[in-house]
Design a protein around this ligand. Structure first.
Ligand code: NAI
Length: 697
């Protein structure tokens, strides 16, 4: 049963009971209306309280029903709210913990609301590309004012109940209580049991002293921030309707916006990302109740670029870290960088000074393995050299306590081989952080052939604790993200040879929505990183074609921002990329040597070649079982590579374009004599799905 009914004297208490957050699924909705009917029929009942069991009043729609006909099955949420409003006896919402989306809309339909302090209150629909669809945009402005309501609806962010209760003139909450909110609501219900008429939010007026000016301002602000997302602007329209239209007309207007947005590709992409994030944490053969190992102390080997950022994640989560290096200078430098990073946060007002000291206080450092041997998890972030890794893992095997998890942050090396350096390969796993590791959301978790299930479960759970989006990858060169980006970079190189400039390529893909084009990205990450990998490839895969332009660039010492010059020029201390005549001359000269006469290449072709290069490699990764699902690949690209969120990731984008069309484009690219026909051979999985008219998802 998803909603229970019991009597507290003459007050009926309906308790939503649909774990984990009392989502308003069909059974719960039915439970509410059944309860209300029962209360109406019982002459002894004078008032009703609606509350939620467990850790939420209600988190809103039941996401398990999303997109299924059950979501609309009567009583749908609008009908439930109407039944509440029409109840002849006062209905009091007893709100606590979490009151969001449909949960808040339900509460707004009640005659009164009593809330526990600390309740997180939100209308987060905008985050999945929607406007609230059950009256949120019409009722909230009527109880907390137009501006406060619009801020909440456009941002989707939660606000604490006590802050809302402090808004002058608000009628959202009749009472804020500490302690037992149901008891308080029952007492309140007894107090108001005989009061008539029953107050209804729909009867109130939403007002603003200067509506036209304000909504103009709101539209401009939203337009500047939410460039590619239609929902925030529709939220403004809907809230304006609350002010300017009659209640029922406003409700109809809100519904129209909701339904129209539901069909947009942006909304589909956001919903896809929402579900993809949840799906990524599920591993079919590792049940969710797999016991995990306790992680109370972490050791990090190497205090370089990655070691420092990785350590900060754990310090931020309150987990002590000990860093190990070869030399004291390296430790001092690494720790200095970490402190500077924290200080920058303090300067920006994002961190308090005492928190900084608290976090740094959890950090210790050492040159001796003896001091890390009792760590529960050790993450190696030393040079990307298999010899160095071998030496480190052999030592770890000697010193670490039994059961300690041994992780490597390698970006390209074979995790199975690294595991084989130890006598406990079951305890070895890859934890591939992205730079800057204290900022980037993505964590690729590399499951070795022998990695134990509880090790995997522990790392996945720990990832949540340090607020990362973890995606499991099998062992292969480059794992999911870098393996795909290599093909994308190869295409970027071919485009230069055929006639593009780095600026043109970057501009086209940035217009598509990428945070940064391949050349600006190369300059940021260091062009020498790719150079090092290509040198290895030239030996491993002598027949694989690469453009030589990137090598020529590195031979000029142009490694990127760190050397003050890369694909672009940089002014001292600045990060603005300035088109470089020297680089363009180098590219032209190289073209002439190849005998290529440059042609004008459209932005569409640039985007198609770069994105479909990702898609084709993604399909291979999926087919080989390196990624568990297409949406995992999308998560990697959304959280680690700046792929535009409103396009849902490369695989989702390909599905949206239609796999048949993707394959057709690839065939066209293959016919270009300056491109690489083998490159554009569709992955067997892609070819098959396209043929069958199916999608990756
Ligand atoms: P880095 O060169 O900045 O730092 C490596 C640190 O390890 C240096 O401070 C060095 O003194 C220390 N070190 C080397 N051998 C050691 C040993 N035997 N014992 C203790 N300390 C030792 O390198 P970075 O960039 O931090 O990379 C580290 C690892 O992270 C590599 O495997 C790399 O592939 C991987 N990685 C790097 C990313 C990046 O963007 N830089 C991104 C993701 C992974």
């Amino acid at each position: 049963m998803s909603a229970s009914y019991e009597l507290h004297g003459s007050v009926a208490v309906i308790t939503l009971n649909n774990p984990p957050v009392n989502g308003l699924g069909y059974e719960t909705r039915k439970g509410i209306t059944d309860g209300l009917n029962k209360a109406e029929d019982d002459a002894n009942v004078k008032a009703v309280v609606i509350t939620g069991a467990g850790k939420a009043f209600s988190g809103g729609a039941d996401i398990r029903e999303f997109g299924s006909p059950k979501a609309l099955q009567e009583p749908n949420l609008l009908s439930v709210i109407k039944t509440v409003e029409d109840c002849s006896k006062p209905v009091v919402a007893a709100i606590h913990s979490v009151c969001m989306g449909g949960g808040l809309e339900l509460a707004l339909g009640c005659h009164y609301r009593v809330a526990a302090s600390g309740t997180q209150v939100a209308l987060p629909e905008v985050k999945i590309g929607l406007v609230p669809g059950a009256g949120g945009t019409q009722r909230l402005p009527r109880v907390i004012g137009v501006e406060n309501a619009l801020n909440m609806i456009v941002s989707g962010d939660p606000v604490k109940s006590e802050l809302l209760a402090a808004i002058p003139g608000q009628t959202l909450f009749s009472k804020i209580v500490d302690g037992d909110v149901v008891a308080a609501a029952v007492a309140f219900a007894n107090e108001v049991a005989d009061q008539r008429p029953l107050p209804l939010v729909r009867k109130l007026k939403a007002e603003h002293p200067n509506p036209d000016g304000y909504f103009q301002f709101a539209r401009n602000t939203v337009k500047a921030v939410a460039k590619n997302f239609p929902a925030p602007a529709k939220c403004v329209d809907a809230v304006e309707a609350a002010l300017k239209k009659k209640f029922d007309d406003g409700m109809a207007f809100e519904r129209e916006q909701f339904v129209a947005l539901m069909m947009t590709p942006e909304c589909k992409a956001l919903r896809h990302a929402f579900f993809a994030e949840r799906a990524a944490s599920k591993i079919p053969d590792v049940p969710e109740d797999t016991p995990v190992r306790a992680i109370n102390k972490v050791a990090v080997i190497g205090a370089g670029t990655m070691g420092g950022g990785i350590s900060m994640n754990f310090l931020n989560a309150g987990i002590p870290v000990v860093m190990l290096e070869m030399k004291q200078e390296a430790l001092d430098r690494g720790i200095g960088v970490m402190r500077k990073n924290y200080e920058a946060q303090v300067k920006k007002g994002k961190l308090k000074q005492d928190k900084l000291e608290q976090r740094m206080g959890l950090l210790s450092s050492t040159l001796s393995y003896d001091e890390i041997k009792d760590a529960d998890l050790v993450i190696e972030a030393v040079f990307e050299d298999i010899g160095v890794k071998e030496q480190v893992f052999k030592t770890l095997d000697e010193v670490m306590k039994p059961g300690a998890i041994l992780a490597s942050n390698t970006s390209t090396l074979d995790v199975n081989k690294i595991a084989s350096f130890t006598r406990r390969p079951q305890d070895v796993i890859g934890m591939h952080f992205f730079s800057p590791a204290n900022v980037m959301k993505l964590l690729e978790v590399i499951r070795g052939e022998k990695t134990a299930k509880d090790v995997l479960a522990t790392v996945m759970q720990l990832a949540k604790k340090i607020k990362k989006t973890a995606v499991v990858s099998g062992v292969c060169d480059g794992f999911i993200g870098n393996r795909m980006i290599e093909q994308y970079s190869r295409q970027a190189g071919f485009l230069l040879e055929e006639g593009c400039t780095p600026e043109q390529v970057d501009r086209a893909i940035e217009k598509f929505g990428f945070a940064m084009g391949p050349f600006r990205m190369g300059d940021l990450a260091g062009n020498d990183v790719g150079w090092y990998i290509r040198k290895r490839r030239y030996i491993e895969k002598p027949n694989m074609r690469y453009s030589k332009t990137a090598d020529l660039l590195c031979e000029m010492g142009r490694f990127g921002q760190k050397t003050g010059a890369g694909w672009y020029d940089y002014k001292a201390g600045k990060r603005d990329a300035i088109a470089s005549p020297v680089v363009n001359e180098m590219i032209e000269k190289h073209r002439a040597e190849l005998g290529v006469s440059p042609r004008k290449i459209s932005d569409d072709e640039i985007v198609g070649r770069l994105v479909y290069a990702l898609v084709n490699e993604g399909a291979k990764i999926l087919e080989e079982g390196i990624a568990l699902r297409a949406s995992d690949i999308d998560m990697v690209y959304l959280t680690g590579y700046g792929f535009p969120l409103w396009r849902g990731g490369p695989m989702c984008y390909a599905d949206t374009m239609g796999l048949f069309n993707v394959v057709q484009s690839m065939r066209r690219f293959a016919r270009n004599p300056l491109d690489d026909a083998t490159f554009w051979q569709p992955a067997p999985l892609l070819a098959r799905l396209a043929e069958e008219g199916k999608t990756f998802s």
